[in-house]
Design a protein around this ligand. Structure first.
Ligand SMILES: *Cc1c(COP(=O)(O)O)cnc(C)c1O
Length: 513
């Protein structure tokens, strides 16, 4: 009796911090969400820079000093306001025109609305009894994506039909694609199951091929898969940074002559720096000829499937697996990605029976069967709602705009004093550098090193001063700056002002003096 009294006392203490089915309690939820949205919305209207310019050490100090107490430090509304003021205002503002470094997108409003629904419903995608309608939504979206990329959902004599699963992004999708490839080749070669028995005796012979400009997660996946990074053989690229087709053929022949086993080729649809799109059709033919798994990393350029540049992805429908990322060119809040596979039979390598989750005795689908995650977010809803709200044509038009804008920005760099364009843009990145020594005619190594150093300092100083968030990478061994143009609201004049800002800033810092 005494105990139950104590419980009910405690309950009244914390019941107001949960969403309740009791109509009386609902305003707490509504107020908290509405207040957060209002505060953020107001904050966005005051933002003048992509970063506040607060010195990083000061920011760290302020965050470390934030209290966490045994009791509430303030009413929730005040906590929300304070966090928006400190964390929000000192965030990297992805909506700012001069926040342009990475494949890091301003999120779509319909997707932000969806996030509110996703988080409050808190469905978990592993089993139907945690995600009833959500399971069907994810399946609907992966079906839709399979068809969009030209996969056949219907079973044929040689194929069980395509399928897919939502992932946390390109890293997880690439790992999964390569994992399926590894397990298939081992089963085909020796009838062994990597899943049950671990790597086979010949594991050190297995090789994955990709271009040397492909994403580092190929190497990372190989290492996680127990094959080691040395299992990844990088193939030379052509002048555009695309995987060289003749080089691929030669590399396969060379590996085979050493009694090694190339079992998978990764084609990239949009490399992170150059935006290069490999010749997927040619790679598909070579993979087929050698019975290799063909994985396409479409994390960046896969979105072009909705654009007028869709032909550049020809052959993607022949891939055994495709990684797509929605928190990049699909403008979704992080995280959101998918792995699609041409033959759903291959998901069998991920199936593990757990008594408490995938009961084969009922007919209900449990998506854990095709995932390396267990508890998993209902991210499919935001892609669905975004597609419903905008329609696919608008996505295509945004990609067309980004691609033509990027060409114009490339031309602008070329035409602007003290800037050098280092590669012809292919997708939506611009590789360039600031070079106020451009007219000196000096091509010495010292001068090159000096320019690299200037560009490194320039990027860092522009970032911490809150002037611009630019990317930095290397091309042919030299440091360069990178713009990744992912914000479809930008126009050419945003870049005119950016280059003026960079040049003025560099002048003021007098790096070369
Ligand atoms: C971003 C990217 C990845 C990694 O994806 P995440 O979503 O960051 O995990 C893989 N490949 C390419 C080509 C990418 O651009």
């Amino acid at each position: 009796m005494k105990n139950s009294n104590q419980n009910s006392n405690h309950n009244s203490d914390w019941s107001d911090v949960f969403v309740h089915l009791d109509p009386q309690a609902q305003p707490n939820y509504l107020n908290a969400i509405a207040h957060s949205a209002r505060e953020l919305s107001a904050m966005f209207t005051t933002v003048k820079a992509p970063y506040s310019g607060l010195e990083p050490a000061k920011l760290n100090e302020k965050i470390m000093a934030m209290p966490i107490g045994k009791t509430p430090i303030a009413p929730l509304a005040e906590i929300i306001t304070n966090n928006v003021n400190l964390i929000g205002k000192n965030s990297i503002i992805v909506q700012h025109p001069h926040c342009i470094a990475h494949l890091h997108t301003p999120p779509l409003i319909p997707a932000l609305a969806a996030e509110t629904i996703i988080s409050a419903l808190n469905q978990s995608m592993d089993s139907w009894d945690q995600a009833s309608s959500a399971t069907y939504v994810e399946q609907k979206m992966t079906d839709w994506l399979c068809e969009l990329f030209g996969y056949d959902l219907v079973q044929s004599a040689t194929n069980n039909g395509a399928d897919g699963v939502f992932t946390s992004g390109g890293t997880q999708s690439n790992l999964m694609g390569l994992l399926l490839a590894r397990d298939r080749v081992v089963e085909q070669t020796s009838g062994e199951s990597v899943q049950k028995d671990g790597l086979p005796s010949y594991a050190e012979k297995l090789r994955i091929l990709c271009s040397h400009t492909s994403h580092f997660t190929v190497q990372k996946s190989a290492s996680l898969m127990g094959l080691g990074e040395r299992a990844v053989v990088t193939v030379a690229t052509d002048e555009f940074g695309c995987l060289g087709i003749d080089a691929l053929k030669a590399t396969i022949a060379d590996l085979q002559s050493q009694d090694l086993m190339p079992f998978c080729v990764v084609g990239t649809a949009g490399t992170t720096d150059l935006g290069a799109i490999d010749d997927l059709q040619a790679i598909a033919a070579i993979s087929e000829q050698h019975n290799m798994w063909f994985h396409v990393d479409g994390a960046y350029g896969g979105a072009l499937i909705l654009s007028s540049h869709k032909d550049r992805l020809a052959g993607i429908e022949l891939a055994d697996s495709i990684s797509t990322d929605f928190h990049k060119l699909f403008f979704q809040p992080i995280s959101c990605g998918a792995l699609l596979i041409r033959d759903n039979h291959n998901f069998k390598y991920l199936l593990h029976h757990a008594d408490y989750l995938n009961r084969e005795t009922d007919e209900l689908p449990n998506l854990v069967d095709k995932s390396i995650a267990t508890t998993k977010r209902f991210d499919a809803l935001k892609l669905l709602m975004s597609m419903q709200a905008l329609g696919t044509d608008k996505f295509g038009a945004m990609y067309d705009h980004l691609i033509s804008l990027t060409q114009d920005v490339g031309a602008l760099v070329k035409a602007t004093d003290k800037f050098e364009l280092l590669a012809q843009p292919q997708l939506s990145t611009v590789l360039f550098r600031y070079n106020d020594l451009i007219t000196s005619g000096d091509v010495s190594t010292e001068r090159e090193e000096q320019i690299c150093m200037i560009n490194q300092r320039l990027r860092l100083d522009l970032l911490t001063a809150g002037q611009a968030v630019l990317g930095e990478t290397k091309i042919n061994g030299y440091t360069c700056l990178k713009l990744t143009i992912l914000n479809p609201c930008l126009q050419l004049h945003d870049f005119e002002s950016l280059f003026t800002k960079i040049a003025d800033f560099a002048e003021l810092q007098a790096y070369t003096k």
